[in-house]
Design a protein around this ligand. Structure first.
Ligand code: DP6
Length: 310
């Protein structure tokens, strides 16, 4: 009645930004991501107590989203869920993807359920859409009920340098931001259509290991997602001054011959995609940007898995 699982957060190169079904958590368009090794969450689930309990990094949290996932899995016993993010503290990095992926794997194991990766991905999706991609890990594509791994983590020796731009919790959650964009942004439909074109193209470039073209596609996809969000009513501005400074710094690096391209989720942090050989140079350039608090360089990681308890 007890199990522990680990999962990694992921960064999307073709973004998920809009649901076609809010209750079922189905995306309007497909997305492509890669799991990141240093963004790891460990979650343990113990079933059979007298009440639900959810603790994240030592602090008690509301249990509603955890309970919804357990109910969807047919687990009706009370659960004690203890989760730890092994991220640098106070980075403000999102953890719902790794958190719900680890929860789905740990909860099903604690309940003695045997589920396929596909079923676990579909279950994690009900907690958070992007969590569907953290279950298979590696390079993952999510279009419908579940995500699938399209290439393993060791397929391509890339690095993802995360520049922490700004402190603590962000303003509007991804969930609220993507709903507001869908309901009020005049650019939303255009963004969704763009994603439908970008996904097959990105997969083709991934297959060809074409970093300049894939990096440029990821940068445009992210900036167009932010254009969609900026055009919402009221506007959604996720950037800090350091965010923009990082975009310019990466442009300068490329002009100097270093191949590195940015992507940005629904927050201020910039993730620079580059070859492993260029990672040290990219990291030190981003560290020199005013307002950047820390830079964390990650490699691709695998999927969610059980962590045998000693
Ligand atoms: C900008 O998966 O956090 O990171 O499904 O509502 O829980 P919910 O949202 P979430 O959204 C992630 C949005 C994004 C882009 C992406 O990861 O594809």
């Amino acid at each position: 009645m007890q199990a522990r699982a680990v999962a990694h957060a992921n960064i999307a190169l073709v973004k998920y930004w809009g649901k076609r079904d809010d209750a079922l958590m189905l995306p309007e368009a497909g997305s492509l991501s890669v799991a990141l090794d240093k963004l790891r969450t460990v979650t343990s689930v113990e079933l059979g107590g007298s009440e639900d309990l959810f603790e994240l990094d030592g602090a008690s949290q509301p249990t509603a989203r955890v309970r919804a996932l357990l109910d969807a899995a047919g687990i009706h016993q009370k659960a004690r869920v203890i989760s730890h993010n092994e991220f640098p503290t106070a980075s403000g990095l999102a953890s719902s993807a790794s958190g719900f992926a680890a929860l789905a794997v740990a909860a099903c194991a604690a309940a003695g359920q045997e589920r396929t990766l596909e079923q676990l991905s579909a279950l994690a999706r009900l907690g958070s859409g992007s969590a569907a991609r953290s279950v298979p890990g590696g390079w993952a594509v999510w279009e419908n009920e579940s995500a699938r791994q399209v290439f393993p983590p060791d397929y391509w020796d890339l690095r993802f340098a995360i520049a922490i731009c700004g402190a603590g919790a962000k303003g509007t959650s991804s969930r609220d931001g993507m709903r507001a964009s869908r309901e009020t942004s005049p650019y939303h439909e255009a963004f969704i259509e763009q994603c439908r074109r970008d996904l097959p193209q990105a997969l083709h470039l991934l297959e060809a290991r074409d970093l300049p073209a894939l990096g440029a596609l990821a940068e445009k996809n992210a900036l167009r997602m932010h254009a969609d969000a900026l055009a919402a009513d009221p506007p959604l501005l996720y950037w800090q001054p350091a965010t923009l400074a990082c975009l310019h710094a990466l442009g300068d690096l490329r002009a100097a011959g270093v191949q590195a391209w940015p992507t940005i989720d629904a927050g201020p942090h910039v993730v620079a995609i580059c070859a492993a050989d260029d990672a040290a140079r990219v990291e030190s350039r981003l560290r020199a940007v005013e307002g950047v608090r820390e830079v964390l360089t990650c490699a691709p990681a695998g999927g969610a898995r059980l962590d045998r308890m000693s």
